[in-house]
Design a protein. Structure first.
Length: 252
C-alpha cells in the first residue's frame, strides 16, 4: 500500500492511500474512493488486495479535515453551515484538480468502453457521496480545457449506501426505527458520532423485513458482533476520525 499527498493549485493538500497498479497489468481500471463520516480512507486498507485480484487499482482519499489532508477553511465551514452552493462547487473544482494530477503522475490510460477497461471510476461511500456528486453537476466550474482533458478518463460513478441527505433529500425521522442521530441519550456531537460508529458497524438480524409491515432489531449496537470490536486499538485510532467528523460532517 502506497501513502501519498498531492498539493493542489490553491495550496490545499489531499492525503490518499493507493494499492498501486495490478501486477503486469496495462488495462486496469482505477476506483477512487471517497469515505463516509467519521471512518476515513484508511478503513479501506484491507480491501485493496481484493481489488487487485480483479484487475482494479484502488485509491482511497482522506477528505478535507481528515487525517493528512488540509482542514476546511472557516469560509468553507460557513458556506457548509449556511447551505451555500459554493461549498459543493469547491469540492467539484478540487476533485477535478486532483484527478488531473493523478492521471498525469500515474500515466492512467483512457477508458476503453468496448472492452470495459481503463479509466477511473469515482465511488462515494455513505456521506462521501456528497463530495463526489458535485464533480458531475456543472462542468463549467473547472473550465473547458480541464473538462476536455478529463472526459476520456472518467468511466463510472458509484454510489455506495448514500444517506438521503447526501442526495439532497431531507432525512426522515421515523420514531419507530432506531436512529442514533435522534437518540436523546447522546447530547453532544462527539457522543452522537460514538453512538453512530457502534450502531453502523453492528450486524443485525431483523425479525421481519416484509414490505407491508417490516420490523427491525432496535438494539443500539451489539456487544459482540460489531466490526469495530474486531479492530485492534491501533486500527480503531487509524480508521476513526472523530475530530474531523465533528468539525465538518456534523453540519451535513
Amino acid at each position: 500500500m502506497i501513502e501519498s499527498t498531492y498539493t493542489l493549485p490553491d495550496g490545499s493538500q489531499f492525503f490518499f492511500i493507493d494499492s498501486g497498479p495490478p501486477k503486469d497489468a496495462t488495462n486496469y481500471t482505477t476506483v477512487m474512493i471517497l469515505h463516509g463520516s467519521a471512518f476515513n480512507g484508511f478503513s479501506f486498507e484491507k480491501v485493496h488486495k481484493y481489488f487487485l485480484k480483479n484487475n482494479i487499482r484502488s485509491v482511497a482519499w482522506n477528505r478535507r479535515d481528515y487525517r493528512g489532508s488540509s482542514e476546511l477553511t472557516d469560509a468553507d465551514l460557513e458556506d457548509l453551515r449556511l447551505g451555500r452552493k459554493d461549498f459543493l462547487d469547491g469540492r467539484a473544482v478540487q476533485m477535478a484538480q486532483f484527478l488531473v494530477l493523478f492521471i498525469e503522475k500515474e500515466h492512467i490510460i483512457k477508458v476503453n468502453f468496448e472492452e470495459n477497461t481503463g479509466g477511473i471510476a469515482l465511488m462515494g461511500w455513505s456521506m462521501g457521496v456528497a463530495s463526489v456528486m458535485p464533480f458531475f453537476s456543472d462542468p463549467s466550474l473547472f473550465g473547458e480545457e480541464t473538462y476536455n482533458f478529463l472526459e476520456p478518463y472518467i468511466k463510472n460513478l458509484i454510489l455506495l449506501d448514500p444517506p438521503a441527505s447526501s442526495l439532497g433529500y431531507p432525512e426522515i425521522c421515523n420514531q419507530e426505527i432506531y436512529d442514533p442521530w435522534y437518540d436523546p441519550e447522546y447530547q453532544t456531537p462527539e457522543e452522537k458520532f460514538q453512538g453512530f460508529c457502534s450502531w453502523v458497524s453492528t450486524y443485525y438480524d431483523h425479525p421481519n423485513l416484509s414490505i407491508n409491515s417490516p420490523t427491525f432489531d432496535e438494539l443500539k449496537h451489539s456487544s459482540q458482533d460489531a466490526t469495530i470490536l474486531k479492530w485492534t486499538a491501533e486500527e480503531f485510532s487509524l480508521f476513526y476520525d472523530e475530530k474531523a467528523a465533528v468539525r465538518s460532517e456534523y453540519h451535513m
